[in-house]
Design a protein around this ligand. Structure first.
Ligand code: UTP
Length: 229
């Protein structure tokens, strides 16, 4: 039987640079190839566009939940762009909720989704979808090459982990302050969900398509594996 697999794709991975669509085209080609062997559920983040909207909204002085809504809408917009890049084999709209994603997955090899409700990020959406689908593995494609003891962009001394158990991940990401548009490697709520559901999670950098493909196929890859061994 084909394995159901959720791939969480940060918005900054879909569109790493302003006005550069080549990366999205190449990512889509790889995903289409992999979808011949796996049922893919692709959860897209809001990335740079979400952060811009959240920053503009915050300077208007609105509440955090209203800012979260801006993030949700931009993550769905990114899912739509990914759908257009993927072509005909994909469920033609971003699923708005888990029931829709699951039933669309009965008819399509690829289903996309953005955010759902205020208060978390698309990492949490991907963890909840993986839990609903009873997935054994979740792939998180992000802008760093794994989980570090601290943010490697801010702390040059931070060390990278090849493996972590669920509790170790929870204590590393637990420092998040909980405002709209956080930029931590993995959402603390997502970390709790993968623990309770016992989902092995692979954190992998978005800059090497072969490496992402290897992670999806459960082959050797460079990144961090989270799960109890
Ligand atoms: P992202 O999932 O894109 O956050 O959601 P991120 O991890 O900071 O960014 P990238 O894409 O991986 O670089 C963006 C924002 O949208 C709101 C939150 O404010 C989140 O920080 N959001 C998203 C929600 O409130 N609920 C959701 O289900 C998804």
């Amino acid at each position: 039987m084909r394995e159901d697999i959720v791939v969480s794709i940060g918005g900054s991975i879909l569109l790493p640079k302003e006005d550069d669509i080549e990366g999205l085209k190449n990512l889509s080609k790889m995903l289409l190839k992999v979808s011949e062997d796996f049922n893919l559920y692709l959860v897209t983040g809001g990335g740079r566009i979400a952060r811009k909207y959240i920053r503009w909204g915050r300077s208007l002085g609105v509440d955090e939940a209203a800012l979260d809504e801006l993030g949700i809408r931009t993550s769905r917009l990114n899912a739509r762009l990914l759908i257009l890049a993927l072509g005909k084999k994909v469920y033609p709209v971003p699923a708005l909720g888990f029931d829709e994603a699951i039933s669309a997955g009965n008819h399509y090899n690829i289903v996309t989704m953005g955010g759902t409700h205020p208060g978390h990020t698309t990492d949490a959406v991907s963890a909840m979808l993986a839990e609903r689908l009873r997935c054994k593995r979740l792939i998180n494609v992000t802008s760093v090459d794994g989980v570090y003891s601290d943010d490697p962009r801010l702390d040059k001394e931070a060390t990278r982990f090849d493996r972590l158990d669920h509790d170790e991940l929870i204590s590393i990401v637990g420092k998040n302050e909980g405002r709209a548009g956080p930029n931590v490697v993995f959402d603390p709520l997502a970390a709790k969900i993968i623990k309770r559901a016992g989902i092995k999670t692979y954190i992998v950098s978005g800059d090497d398509l072969k490496n992402i493909e290897a992670a999806i196929k459960d082959e050797e890859f460079h990144g961090t594996i989270i799960g109890d061994t």
